[in-house]
Ligand binder design. Structure first.
Ligand SMILES: NC(=O)c1ccc[n+]([C@@H]2O[C@H](COP(=O)([O-])OP(=O)(O)OC[C@H]3O[C@@H](n4cnc5c(N)ncnc54)[C@H](OP(=O)(O)O)[C@@H]3O)[C@@H](O)[C@H]2O)c1
Length: 273
């Protein structure tokens, strides 16, 4: 394998940090980038992109804030062009299930001419421990406009293993892996599993979208609030409730269950109030 590093866009993120750690454990050099790294990469500043893509062998790309936002597919098209221009052996793109914008971004990468693998993920387990739902778990209540539609939450460790397989084995080139956990749970059921694992009450409360927006506005920029509202409405309308088998297809083993995530995460102490 090339001595050049593998670029990890979103290198400190939920999946990027795991991909970087797995590669380094196999002595494969990485270049994790985001707005705060020595080689900076900012999705809102295209002038930062060429330097990040120079002198790397491949790339794992996670977009911010979400491929559903306007302009995401143009950005991915440009990243695909840079990857081809720099002779990258492949680009592995993290995508989201059931989002029209994300599918446009996937198409942009597929048409760029660079060898690609797409990892199309469901809602991450780690949103409850490393994302915007952590505060709710700590406070003992998660209030969301999520309804009773089941979601097959996926473990970010599984996503990272699939991404690393795609980066290290060319058999995965040209594949779209739709990755989910092995079981669909409602948000209420997921929160109940976390409560059981952590050994204290944490409850789920169903709220209206307007209530959710009013609660978020003092803490998050308007576009993030709008994005979350759109995701709850679009992604959680039942279209994504089916379990998919991308983890098994890519790795030859079943995906990790949510209860496994809840137990492991409770043991780290991150949910101690
Ligand atoms: N979370 C889910 O459930 C889920 C499900 C399916 C797909 N996805 C997709 O996964 C991707 C990652 O989502 P995530 O929310 O889980 O985030 P994440 O991977 O945890 O990423 C957070 C990182 O993004 C970096 N970042 C923030 N704004 C940036 C910008 N403008 N340019 C470059 N880097 C930036 C931050 O580092 P700095 O502060 O150093 O910049 C931070 O470390 C998104 O494309 C999302 O659509 C997420």
């Amino acid at each position: 394998m090339s001595e050049l590093p593998i670029l990890i866009v979103g290198g400190a993120g939920k999946t990027g940090a795991r991909v970087s750690a797995l590669l380094r454990a196999s002595s494969i050099p990485t270049r994790p980038v985001s707005r705060s790294t020595p080689v900076p990469f900012d999705w809102t500043r295209p002038e930062t992109w060429p330097a990040a893509f120079a002198g790397v062998s491949m790339a794992y790309v996670t977009y911010q804030p979400d491929l559903a936002v306007e302009g995401a597919s143009d950005a991915i098209a440009e990243v695909g062009r840079l990857a081809r221009e720099n002779g990258l052996a492949r680009v592995v793109l993290l995508s989201g299930r059931g989002e029209p914008g994300a599918q446009r971004a996937e198409a942009a990468l597929q048409q760029s001419g660079v060898p690609w693998t797409i990892v199309r993920a469901s809602w991450f387990d780690q949103n409850f421990s490393e994302g915007y739902l952590l505060d709710g778990v700590l406070a003992g209540e998660i209030a969301l406009p999520a309804g009773a539609v089941p979601e097959p939450f996926i473990d970010a460790d599984d996503i990272a293993e699939v991404a690393v397989a795609a980066l290290t084995d060319q058999r995965h080139v040209g594949k779209v892996y739709e990755v989910t956990g092995p079981r669909a749970l409602t948000f209420a059921q997921a929160v109940a599993e976390i409560a059981a694992a952590v050994g204290r009450p944490v409850r789920y409360r169903q709220i209206a979208p307007e209530q959710f927006a009013a609660g978020m506005r003092p803490h998050a920029p308007t576009e993030v609030v709008e994005l979350l509202l759109e995701l709850f409405a679009v992604v959680l309308d039942g279209r994504n409730s089916d379990v998919a088998h991308g983890v098994e297809q890519a790795l030859g083993r079943p995906a990790r269950d949510f209860s496994d995530y809840a137990r492991r995460t409770a043991a780290t102490g991150v949910w101690r109030a």
